[in-house]
Design a protein around this ligand. Structure first.
Ligand code: CTP
Ligand code: MG
Length: 228
């Protein structure tokens, strides 16, 4: 069984509006509730630590969901800081060698089958860790300063990194703390681990595990929920 770490302390600047996107409702439940349900309803997930903004007035105070423990903690100014804070709030009896799953609160459309394949990738005895991702399918253009096309970039072997990302509790904590100490802002967990010279595995996941960034993404999620 693996604990889930859920960074949910963002302000949703690109989404706009007064209510942070993780608290917008779809089919009568917040995005965060959908995300926690997708994680905690999976048989391999033991519980969740959720990183919240300081004094978050919208947190419903859950201590248990789907019969599993939920722990809240205060996140930080960046996603990486929030993840590090949540790792530190894990129950002390979660061993350093245990894998944890880090998953954005803003990705509520996670499929159980994707969690299955990610967990399977970490079942090997000496696994470093793995992330869900998808190959880049569009042709990539590099822009010049005026928005013209400077070059067409090869897209072979380029992937888009999603979450969940799965790493060992102790190693991920050290990797994030080290990056922070060196003033390097890592944008995902794998980047922190890569900096140690280790090689996490790419697990191809579903394209519909999208992150809600703009109102169009929320409409897409509402559509996905209506089809279930
Ligand atoms: N997050 C966090 N702590 C931060 C920043 C982000 O826990 N200081 C979380 C967000 O709540 C979200 C996830 O990290 O679940 C992915 O970040 P993103 O999609 O960038 O969300 P926001 O930072 O809230 O949005 P924006 O960048 O548009 O402000
Ligand atoms: Mg952000």
């Amino acid at each position: 069984m693996f604990w889930a770490i859920v960074p949910a302390a963002g302000r949703g600047a690109r989404f706009g509006g007064e209510v942070p996107k993780q608290y917008l409702e779809v089919a009568g439940r917040s995005v965060l509730a959908h995300t926690l349900d997708a994680l905690l309803s999976h048989p391999r997930v033991a519980g969740a630590v959720v990183a919240l903004s300081a004094g978050d007035p919208r947190w419903p105070g859950w201590r248990e969901l789907a019969g599993k423990p939920v722990i809240a903690c205060v996140g930080g100014a960046t996603r990486a800081e929030s993840v590090l804070a949540a790792l530190c709030a894990l129950p002390i009896d979660v061993p350093a060698e245990d894998f944890v799953l880090v998953h954005d609160a803003a990705r509520p459309n996670l499929a159980a089958a994707d969690l299955d394949s990610l967990c399977a990738a970490c079942d090997a005895p000496y696994a470093v860790g793995a992330i869900l991702a998808a190959p880049v399918r569009d042709t990539l253009k590099r822009a010049d300063a005026d928005g013209g096309i400077a070059a067409t970039e090869p897209r072979d072997r380029l992937w888009r990194a999603f979450t969940p990302q799965m790493f060992r509790r102790g190693q991920l904590t050290r990797a994030l703390a080290e990056a922070a100490a060196q003033g390097i802002e890592v944008t995902d967990e794998a980047m922190a681990i890569e900096r140690l010279g280790l090689r996490p595995v790419l697990v191809e996941g579903r394209e519909d595990n999208f992150k809600i960034t703009t109102p169009a993404d929320l409409a897409r999620f509402a559509f996905e929920v209506s089809r279930r």
